[in-house]
Structures are given as structure tokens and as C-alpha cells.
Design a protein around this ligand. Structure first.
Ligand SMILES: [Zn+2]
Length: 234
């Protein structure tokens, strides 16, 4: 019996740990939000892993539809494509921190985590002109030390209500996942890069976004940045 009870508590502990690390509503390892106000019919599009060589096309698409978005960029990509980050900021989009090298933070040391966030924050502030206030962990994985690293830089963690899986699904699949999960205050996670790869293929993302914006507008949604959607009386 004792063995069963022990196995049971080990199982509960590992489930709790999995939730702490990956759970979208978890704030156990660092302050984090995953949705905005339910009182407005608004939605936030977010794009991770940029900037990439394909981001300009996404900026054009967003501009054509008058749609603001939030970009969680990697410091290494900003360093490679600073003009794209400047164009993103100049177009009025919000820029968040997505670490320097897109490394998994899970099981890493406190100093590694602090260094990843600080290096990204510095290059983004230098390039885009403003230090981010939002952070999204690569692979959605948090770890010990992230709370202190975020506090040091004044960053709030941002998860999502819908993960578009745009790195593996065709555009139609991405669009239908997002439309099925779209609701008031929703935060949609898509990608304008693929980690820190050069010349990533983001055609599925671009095509999905081109379909999604008019469809969401026809369902009565307006688009906000993450900071706007978090504001209760915007
Ligand atoms: Zn990422």
C-alpha cells in the first residue's frame, strides 16, 4: 500500500511540475497571463520567433488590413535583421521578448535564464527604441529563476488561448484551429520565424493570417496588441 501511495504522490508531483512549467494559466514559476478582457469582442494576434526574412510580407498584410499585432522576437534574429524590427516598431506593433537564442529554459541555470532575457532585452531596446514589457518563453516552458529574471527586467509572461501550430499544419488547418478557438480576449499564438533559422518557410502562416483577419472581422472582432487587450477599460 505504501508503494502505491508513494507512486501516487510522485505522479501528482510530476503532474504539478508539468503544469508549473507548461500550463498556460500557471503562475507558479513566474508572473504570467494567457488571455485578455472577456468584456470586449477583441482578439490579439501574436507572432513568435521573428524577425525573419518573411516578416516584411506579414507587416504588409497587417498594414493592408489595419491590424495591430504583437511580435515576440528573439535577440539573435533582431541582431541579424535590425531593419525589420525597426519597421515593426514604426508600424505601431508591440514588441515582446522571446529570449536571445530561443533556447529551452527548462532545466537551465538561473544565470543562463537571466542572461537570455537580458541579452534579448538589450538588443531589442537598442534596435527598436523601447524596452519590452512582455515576455513569452520559448516552447512555452518556464523554469526556476524565471520569476527573478522577469522581475529584474519588469517583464510580464504571456501565454495564449490558441496555439495555431503554424509550424506544422497547412494554412487551412491553422485558420480553422484559430477560428474554432477565437473568443473575446483571446491571444492567438502564431510564428513569423522558426526558432533562429535563416530564411524559414512561413508561407503557411502568411496564408493563414490572410484568411483569418477578414473572417475574424466579419465575426465582429477587433484586433488589439497584448498590452491593449490586457487593459480592462480600453
Ligand atoms: Zn518560439
Amino acid at each position: 500500500m505504501r508503494g502505491v501511495a508513494l507512486a501516487g504522490s510522485a505522479c501528482a508531483a510530476s503532474a504539478l511540475m508539468a503544469y508549473a512549467v507548461r500550463g498556460r494559466s500557471s503562475t507558479l514559476l513566474a508572473p504570467s497571463i494567457y488571455r485578455g478582457s472577456r468584456h470586449r469582442r477583441s482578439i490579439a494576434l501574436t507572432f513568435d520567433d521573428g524577425p525573419s526574412e518573411g516578416t516584411d510580407q506579414l507587416l504588409e498584410l497587417l498594414q493592408r488590413h489595419g491590424t495591430p499585432a504583437t511580435f515576440f522576437v528573439c535577440g539573435m534574429n533582431v541582431k541579424r535583421l535590425p531593419a525589420v524590427t525597426r519597421a515593426t516598431a514604426a508600424a505601431g506593433h508591440e514588441i515582446g521578448n522571446h529570449t536571445y537564442s530561443h533556447s529551452r529554459l527548462y532545466l537551465r541555470s538561473r544565470s543562463f535564464i537571466a542572461g537570455e532575457l537580458a541579452a534579448a532585452q538589450a538588443v531589442i531596446a537598442e534596435t527598436g527604441g523601447t524596452a519590452p514589457t512582455l515576455f513569452r518563453p520559448p516552447f512555452g516552458a518556464r523554469w526556476f529563476g524565471l520569476r527573478e529574471a522577469q522581475r529584474q527586467l519588469n517583464l510580464l509572461g504571456v501565454m495564449w488561448t490558441v496555439l495555431g501550430l503554424d509550424w506544422k499544419l497547412p494554412a487551412a488547418g491553422v485558420a480553422s484551429r484559430v477560428l474554432a478557438g477565437a473568443d473575446n480576449g483571446g491571444i492567438i499564438c502564431l510564428h513569423d520565424g522558426r526558432g533562429v533559422s535563416r530564411n524559414p518557410d512561413i508561407r503557411a502562416t502568411l496564408e493563414a493570417v490572410g484568411r483569418l483577419i477578414p473572417e475574424l472581422q466579419s465575426r465582429g472582432f477587433t484586433f488589439e496588441t497584448v498590452s491593449q487587450i490586457l487593459c480592462p477599460n480600453n
